[in-house]
Write a protein that binds this ligand. Structure first.
Ligand SMILES: [Zn+2]
Ligand SMILES: [Zn+2]
Length: 175
């Protein structure tokens, strides 16, 4: 586990915050990258599953949880899964403020010395500071809800629930 305490399973995207969420390596130690459902004794529990099959499973769950039309939930799940190490071939960092994947160099924010941030995106963080330093978590929720609602075709009320839950897993908003 890292200093932040929460890791995302790099196969299914489940947040892992307690020891029992983590899978196990062949030597019995905890996996750093994968959850207990995906990974046991150093091997994937479903070694042949494809990203599309995985997106169907997590899409169905999200669809139920947030009343998202199934097809949209599946394609949204696939977007999320495609940033994970198992499917991307490398772990792609997510912006710790808005959750955007830092897939390309130009997606990354900048530090005061001009170097690239490994923690935040270019929209949230420039020259070593947040672009909206006073933004509160609730304001951030309000800001992202309309985007999420229209992207997923769900009512604002459900999008609020979803965004609030999601932001609470990001370093900037964690309590
Ligand atoms: Zn998993
Ligand atoms: Zn961001």
């Amino acid at each position: 586990m890292d200093a932040n305490g929460i890791r995302t399973c790099q196969s299914c995207g489940m947040p892992m915050s307690a020891e029992e969420h983590f899978g196990t390596e062949a030597d019995g130690g905890f996996s750093r990258d994968y959850c207990t459902y995906c990974y046991q004794k150093g091997a994937f529990t479903e070694s042949n599953i494809t990203i599309d099959e995985m997106a169907k499973i997590s899409g169905a769950m999200m669809s139920q949880l947030y009343a998202i039309p199934l097809e949209k939930a599946e394609s949204f799940s696939k977007e999320q899964l495609s940033c994970l190490k198992r499917w991307a071939g490398r772990e792609i960092a997510l912006c710790g403020s808005c959750g955007m994947p830092l897939a390309r160099d130009e997606d990354a924010g900048t530090e005061a010395d001009g170097s690239r941030s490994t923690a935040y995106c270019t929209y949230c963080y420039r020259d070593g500071r947040f672009t909206e330093p006073d933004l509160t978590r609730e304001q951030a929720v309000e800001k992202y809800v309309p985007m999420m609602a229209s992207h997923l075709g769900i009512p604002a009320e459900k999008a609020t629930e979803m965004v609030r839950q999601y932001l609470s897993t990001l370093p900037r908003w964690r309590e």
